[in-house]
Design a protein around this ligand. Structure first.
Ligand code: SF4
Length: 252
């Protein structure tokens, strides 16, 4: 039995379809809706071919550190900080033995530096003590590391190990709802809907497509619907408050 990254069973109901290219499409809705989502994904793939994670890293461990640093910080700033950081601290052992005050100074530009430095040191210690200095390629084990939530665990699985996973950050959450992949109000609900409606083979790429489209076109407060290549296919859900003059902008 195939399983999702979180260990849950993939929905293998009678609604499962396989398209011409052999990709399984498991949307439980009607044919038009399946076709619409399929065309959305196809268009996104054409718009953003070859996209990948913007954080710079050479090892799964470096991606873990960079992802922890990226909370409420731009990828560009994280890359500037890690360029210096990974020259100073080369292995998990170096971070595990770091002086916390010194590490705070080293990562200060990324913000939330007290929490982040503690998470990095604690996670590094656990990786050294329990995993022989290697980041575990397992969702449950990753979740147990300090400072690692679902999003970070999925980012590591997908990008460092190539294991199908759907990381839901603020852009993915917003776009999944606007584009009609999910009506859920919580990250886990959106993640599950995406895993059910997007073919597993596309999870890693679709995560990046949604992030790129969210940054460039479907921005939180000012989505550029008129010039959006997905305009005809998009139901534009959860945009009502943005459109209403004088209404408080809805950012998700
Ligand atoms: S049409 Fe508007 S709401 Fe839909 S994806 Fe494009 S910018 Fe976002």
């Amino acid at each position: 039995m195939e399983k999702n990254a979180d260990g849950s069973k993939i929905n293998m109901t009678g609604n499962e379809k396989t398209d011409k290219s052999g990709i399984r499409f498991n949307y439980p809705g009607n044919l038009e809706e399946r076709e619409r989502l399929s065309r959305l994904l196809e268009t996104l793939g054409t718009l953003y071919p070859g996209v990948s994670v913007a954080l710079r890293y050479e090892t799964p461990f470096q991606l873990l550190v960079a992802t922890i640093l990226s909370a409420q910080c731009t990828d560009k700033r994280v890359n500037m900080v890690t360029e210096r950081l990974f020259k100073k601290y080369k292995r998990p052992e170096d971070f595990a033995g770091a002086d916390i005050k010194e590490l705070q100074e080293d990562i200060k530009e990324c913000g939330l530096f007290r929490n982040k430095s503690k998470s990095i040191i604690d996670a590094s210690r656990e990786i050294v003590e329990k995993h022989g200095g290697r980041v575990p390629a397992d969702f449950e084990q990753l979740l147990k590391l300090p400072g690692v939530g679902r999003k970070t665990a999925n980012v590591i699985l997908a990008n460092a190990f190539g294991i199908p996973a759907f990381a839901v950050d603020t852009h993915v959450f917003r776009l999944a709802r606007r584009l009609g992949f999910s009506d859920k109000n919580d990250v886990l609900g959106v993640e599950k809907d995406l895993m059910e409606k997007v073919p597993q083979e596309m999870w890693i790429k679709a995560h990046h497509w949604l992030i790129y489209h969210g940054r460039r076109v479907c921005r939180a407060k000012k989505p550029a619907c008129e010039e959006c290549p997905l305009n005809d296919l998009c139901p534009k859900k959860f945009l009502e408050k943005i459109r209403r003059p004088g209404g408080k902008p809805q950012t998700q």
